[in-house]
Design a protein around this ligand. Structure first.
Ligand SMILES: NC(=O)c1ccc[n+]([C@@H]2O[C@H](COP(=O)([O-])OP(=O)(O)OC[C@H]3O[C@@H](n4cnc5c(N)ncnc54)[C@H](OP(=O)(O)O)[C@@H]3O)[C@@H](O)[C@H]2O)c1
Length: 177
């Protein structure tokens, strides 16, 4: 399995505030959908609940065309259309057993879950958003440039629909010899 992280981060690693995103960038929504569709997506309970109201009328709307996996420490937590894991060891075991070597799974947030997985991931899909949000309450963990190499870069200038410049970067983990 290839374990990837996907996130959109501002200049100081800001990713969220009050359990919501800091921007509305259709270009990044499209990138997220195209990159993750058809693959399992793994998220924390808070990010899941930020996705809208689900088919059961409760907070948390599963993303279509993807296996939705939600991490929580709350043993009572259950929702329609998702798989729930109560810790990362069982989840890692299950993914390693059921996914092929070349199959890719995506960690999609938020801050707590990125922190749990950044040292385990093989690849990072980071949308760098050229903006500052001093009042953000959730950050992406620092990307240690000595551990990652950039393999892809695609810059887009702001336009009428996307109010910030963005740079889509893929980082691959540098394999130690
Ligand atoms: N910019 C981006 O790309 C992006 C992407 C995703 C999310 N976000 C933003 O990030 C923010 C949410 O992030 P967050 O850090 O507050 O929450 P989160 O990482 O989405 O979820 C945290 C929850 O995960 C569960 N959890 C934590 N550690 C666990 C473990 N070891 N095993 C099992 N479950 C565990 C806990 O759920 P319980 O409390 O239920 O136990 C915890 O409350 C929002 O503002 C969201 O909009 C931004």
């Amino acid at each position: 399995m290839i374990l990837s992280i996907i996130s959109a981060i501002a200049n100081n690693n800001e990713i969220g505030k009050k359990n919501d995103l800091l921007w509305n960038l259709p270009i990044d929504m499209k990138h997220f959908k195209e990159t993750t569709s058809g693959h399992p997506v793994i998220m924390g309970q808070r990010t899941f609940e930020s996705l809208g109201i689900g088919p059961d009328g409760k907070p948390g709307k599963p993303l279509p065309n993807r296996r939705n996996i939600v991490l929580t420490l709350d043993k009572e937590f259950k929702r329609e259309g998702i798989e729930v894991y109560y810790g990362i060891e069982k989840l890692e075991k299950e993914l390693n057993e059921t996914m092929g070597k070349e199959e890719e799974a995506f960690i999609i947030g938020g801050g707590q879950i990125y922190k749990l997985f950044i040292d385990k991931a093989d690849r990072l899909y980071i949308t760098h958003v050229d903006a500052n949000f001093p009042d953000a309450d959730t950050l992406f963990p620092a990307i240690d440039q000595s551990k990652w190499k950039i393999t892809f870069e695609d810059k887009h200038e702001k336009d009428e629909k996307n109010i910030y410049d963005v740079n889509f970067i893929i980082y691959e983990k540098i394999k130690s010899a």
